[in-house]
Design a protein around this ligand. Structure first.
Ligand SMILES: Nc1ncnc2c1ncn2[C@@H]1O[C@H](COP(=O)(O)OP(=O)(O)OP(=O)(O)O)[C@@H](O)[C@H]1O
Ligand SMILES: [Mg+2]
Length: 303
């Protein structure tokens, strides 16, 4: 194996276990998935496009990816994939189906699950159902490396719960002043709950890298000064007509238009995400299982 390939494998293992492992000869710690919530203050800034294409880019890097669609208004991961799912989270909860039965195959080995009304039903589960649910979710840790969660826009309690419970957050904004203001409002709400939360900023639909840099520096400066929260830079995606065309064709742009700017940029973002991965939570708080336990406690249900 070349040095570069070996290095990537170690980074990938780091993502699975929550930090790049030292080569100590010790047995590997149990694997678990990394949960990344993708969110925004304002709607329509590109979250769903980022989620599906980032998912494919990460899958091409050899990572096993599941996307969870928890947009309560319009679930549309399936629309962008051009695939109609047979099941949603509701079937996992109500019909006692296993996690493997409810996942749908998207392109390039990416799996996805629509939350539907299932997320709201989670708060009503009795102890037996909850135990079964968390047991099923824990299986995701064994089989997947990354769980991307696409949320709706805005500052609802549900969306905040998905943000606060995740290992990492990708906050998408565009250069529009309204989108920037809403992104800042979201960062403010997060900082009140946890000023150490890892938030990575992605500026979408920019005209130039310079425009992205200016927005990034404006937002990081105010967040640090007024909220004491350190925002991280994930990167930017240029405004690109091929994204609009790909949406109309119901095909992720990375597949439909692999050579365009947006495709090259999303591939770069995937590498930045993998190489800059931060260490995860303490052992029992990591992974999909830890995530859902935190989520349930945010929802006010004992898990
Ligand atoms: N880089 C880009 N260049 C050009 N157009 C883009 C780009 N990114 C997204 N778009 C356009 O913006 C629209 C909205 O994108 P998307 O559905 O991903 O946003 P969203 O944040 O998920 O929206 P919602 O808040 O409704 O869930 C897309 O249909 C697409 O036409
Ligand atoms: Mg969306």
């Amino acid at each position: 194996m070349s040095d570069q390939a070996e290095n990537l494998r170690r980074i990938v293992d780091g993502i699975r276990t929550g930090g790049v492992p030292e080569q100590t000869g010790e047995p590997d710690p149990p694997r678990c998935a990394k949960v990344i919530t993708i969110t925004s203050g304002k709607g329509g800034v590109g979250k769903t496009n980022v989620t599906v294409n980032l998912g494919i880019a990460l899958s091409r890097m050899g990572l096993r990816v599941v996307i969870l669609d928890v947009d309560f208004g319009l679930a549309n991961i399936d629309v962008l994939f051009g695939v109609t799912p047979k099941h949603t989270l509701v079937d996992l909860i109500r019909d006692e189906r296993s996690i493997f039965e409810v996942l749908t195959n998207g392109p390039e080995n990416v799996k996805f699950l629509s939350g539907g009304s299932g997320v709201e039903e989670l708060v009503r589960l009795d102890n037996r159902q909850l135990k079964r649910f968390v047991g099923n979710i824990a299986l995701l840790d064994k089989l997947y490396d990354i769980i991307l969660i696409d949320t709706g826009a805005g500052l609802s309690r549900n969306v905040m719960s998905f943000i606060m419970s995740a290992d990492e957050v990708i906050l998408v904004t565009t250069p529009e002043p309204t989108a920037i203001t809403d992104a800042y409002a979201l960062v403010k709400m997060v900082s009140r709950r946890d000023a150490k939360k890892t938030i990575r900023l992605l500026i979408n639909k920019v005209e130039s890298s310079r425009e992205a840099d200016e927005i990034f520096s404006k937002l990081t400066t105010v967040a640090e000064k007024f909220l004491s929260l350190k925002l991280m830079k994930l990167g930017y995606i240029l405004y690109d007509e091929s994204v609009v065309r790909a949406v109309k064709q119901q095909r992720p742009f990375l597949i439909g238009f692999p050579k365009t700017q947006a495709s090259r940029q999303i591939a770069e973002l995937a590498s930045v995400l993998v190489s800059g991965s931060t260490a995860g939570e303490s052992d029992d708080g990591r992974g999909a299982k830890g995530f859902f336990q935190r989520l349930l406690s945010y929802f006010g249900t004992p898990a």
